[in-house]
Design a binder for this molecule. Structure first.
Ligand code: CP3
Length: 354
């Protein structure tokens, strides 16, 4: 693998000195970019795009080339893991993901295999290698997975959900079945992330998008516990460098101390907390990633810059901050606004370093 020319993202994750604050965006390869929509069309659909390494590489590199972000994120989806466990997965045009045959019983859980990532998710590993050749050391590559709880939510609900009736029904009525599913998913995710690391990703992020729907006690029991179990199994060093682990729980800002104690290197923040508060609470233990409201990208570029300056000032001097949005960029954001965001972080953050 090529030597890294820009490692400020990896350095900030480990709270090592940097010249300026690194920045990338969750969902940075996506529909807000016309180039993405063109490549997806050529692939013939979203899942085909995920499964064609050359095209997955193309869309991974687009935000690096177009916006100048400091990290690339593997183009894939969290739901390829349940698919690799044998569940049929569809992404209808304009709809969210669907599992037509959701998991609902002990027998369903027992029938799910823990997939061999090299065999069942080999196309992801090929994508990682193709992307690393394409990046040629320009910026680090982030791998990712969904958290067991978030994956289970889709697998049990059969898709997105409003009230989480089925998954919470399982957690409260059949806790043993719920735990059996989460245990299996934790082992599947750990093997999957270790395979991504072996093939060349330089950091990993666990997306716990639905951890925030739980009560405090249930979050620890059904979500955090299993992310911890994954982190314990991960290879934290590869090619002579530490592989940082980022843990992002949307809606989890009440639990920052517990998240910071999970063994992760970086805590991902949503936009509902002021970053100075988060730094006070846990910034001496871990780095922080975030946390501009993604909807701020609908505002004018001058307003975006003002918000970036405010967040930088709140974090203050020193390393340990990876600038990002508090959740993914939405499809109808003007590209010029995304560019204005990235440029503002790059220009305004130097004064807080060195
Ligand atoms: O960040 C990146 O650029 C990497 C790619 C990435 C995608 N999904 C591509 C994608 C990542 C990291 C994900 C993670 C993901 N997928 C999460 C966790 C993060 C989050 O947003 O909370 C979740 C919950 C999913 C499941 C998922 N995939 C949903 C609910 C949807 C439909 C909603 C939507 O935005 O359309 C997807 C589809 C999806 N995943 C798209 C992309 C670019 C849009 C598909 C398209 O091109 O039509």
């Amino acid at each position: 693998m090529n030597e890294l020319k820009n490692d400020r993202f990896l350095r900030a994750c480990l709270r090592q000195e940097v010249d300026r604050t690194p920045v990338w965006m969750m969902r940075q390869a996506g529909r807000y970019l016309p180039e993405y929509r063109t490549t997806r069309q050529r692939a013939g659909g979203f899942l085909k795009l995920c499964k064609t390494p050359e095209l997955a590489c193309e869309v991974t590199l687009q935000p690096v080339d177009i916006l100048g972000v400091d990290a690339a994120i593997l183009f894939s989806d969290i739901l390829v893991v349940p698919e690799a466990m044998g569940m049929e997965l569809t992404f209808g045009a304009g709809e969210g993901p669907k599992f037509p045959q959701p998991v609902s019983s002990r027998a369903d859980v027992d029938a799910l295999p823990v997939p061999d990532p090299e065999a069942e998710l080999g196309y992801v590993m090929q994508a990682v290698e193709t992307i690393q050749r394409g990046l040629a050391g320009r910026v680090p590559l982030i791998g990712f997975s969904g958290s067991p709880w978030t994956l289970a939510t889709y697998m049990v609900e059969g898709g997105g959900s409003k009230n989480y009736a089925k998954i919470k029904g399982m957690a409260y009525n059949e806790p043993a079945v719920m735990h059996a599913l989460l245990e299996k998913l934790a082992d599947a995710v750990a093997a999957y992330l270790n395979a991504q690391i072996a093939h060349g990703v330089q950091a990993v992020q666990i997306f716990d998008t639905w951890g925030g729907i739980l009560s405090t006690r249930d979050y620890k029991e059904f979500s955090l516990q299993y992310m911890q179990r994954i982190i314990e199994q991960l290879n934290r060093e590869s090619r002579g460098r530490r592989v940082p682990v980022i843990l992002y729980t949307k809606g989890g800002m009440g639990w920052l101390e517990a998240i910071a104690d999970s063994g992760c290197d970086v805590v991902g923040l949503d936009w509902t907390i002021d970053i100075d508060m988060a730094r006070q609470r846990i910034g001496h233990k871990v780095a922080l990633q975030g946390n501009m409201d993604p909807a701020m990208l609908y505002a004018r570029p001058e307003r975006i810059r003002q918000e970036v300056k405010d967040i930088l000032a709140r974090f203050g001097h020193g390393s340990g901050h990876v600038f990002n949005l508090g959740h993914g960029i939405t499809p109808d954001v003007p590209v010029e606004h995304a560019k204005a965001f990235i440029t503002a972080v790059q220009q305004e953050s130097c004064r807080y370093h060195g």
